[in-house]
Design a protein around this ligand. Structure first.
Ligand code: KIV
Length: 267
């Protein structure tokens, strides 16, 4: 069973060189499964929009949807360090609105912290959340909520100017008080430079092996989500194929009147 690490223990892991393990869950079933698998942190990512809700991008996800899924994940993993991903538009307009929405993740859904993606006014919002006593994880590089401004879902920071912006963004988030920062889809040399520069842990997704931790979408690594598979995903299983096989077998057996057999029948 998972022992809930504190934010301080997560910071300590960087000092000890011990990788930080984060996976996503959007409901009680998967959150409970993750607690049995030895991850440090469960992220209720806004990737729920694409993985479970069938949206084209994450920008359609609402606060209500995120709170609904975060509450479910908390019910499945009462002892986990749970991070709620703030959806697009919920921390963009004013520090007051950002704090109010972040409070909802903590108070209503029982999250321990929130995650925000980089945008031009984000530092101001993070400072307000930290001042309100909320732990915040940052996210730089490829930030899916603003992917359309970044030229789509592609590797960021290959040119020196963009690499500098990403590095400066990560430093600014550390200064604002974030306890950790996700680095998405950037060259491993840049991720390594940022990881060395920051005192807080970096968590990579498509950012190479030099980050202090790694995060993936659980349904990607299990081969359940098949709309697309980014290069940075390693499929550790093909549960989609397994599931389809099992369901086909069920339909076949029902058609052939082999299910239910006497074993599943009350007499
Ligand atoms: O929404 C999400 O799941 C994420 C992670 C992949 C970092 O932001």
């Amino acid at each position: 069973m998972m022992k809930k690490p504190t934010v301080d223990e997560i910071l300590e892991k960087k000092k000890q060189g011990e990788p930080i393990l984060i996976l996503t869950a959007y409901d009680a079933l998967w959150a409970s499964l993750l607690t049995e698998s030895g991850v440090d942190i469960i992220l209720v990512g806004d990737s729920v929009g694409m993985v479970l809700l069938g949206y084209e991008t994450t920008t359609s996800v609402t606060m209500e949807e995120m709170i609904h899924h975060a509450k479910a994940a908390r019910r499945g993993a009462p002892g986990a360090l749970l991070i709620g991903d703030m959806p697009f538009g919920s921390y963009h307009q004013s520090p007051q609105e950002s704090v109010a929405n972040a409070f909802r993740f903590i108070r209503e859904a029982g999250c321990d912290a929130v995650k925000i993606e980089w945008h031009s006014r984000v530092v101001e919002m993070v400072q307000a959340m930290i001042a309100a006593g909320i732990s915040v994880m940052g996210h730089v590089g490829l930030t899916p909520q603003t992917a359309s401004q970044l030229g789509g879902y592609k590797v960021q920071g290959k040119d020196p100017q963009r690499a500098k912006e990403i590095l400066e963004g990560a430093v600014a988030l550390e200064k604002a008080g974030c306890f950790s920062v996700v680095l998405e889809c950037i060259p491993d040399s840049l991720a390594s430079e940022i990881t060395k520069k920051l005192n807080i842990p970096t968590v990579g997704i498509g950012a190479g092996v030099h980050c202090d931790g790694q995060v993936l979408v659980t349904q990607d690594l299990l081969g359940l989500f098949n709309r697309f598979t980014p290069k940075f995903v390693k499929r550790y299983a093909d549960l989609r194929e397994e599931a389809v096989k099992a369901i086909r077998q069920f339909t076949q057996e029902v058609k052939e009147k082999k299910f239910p057999s006497m074993e599943q029948t009350f007499q």
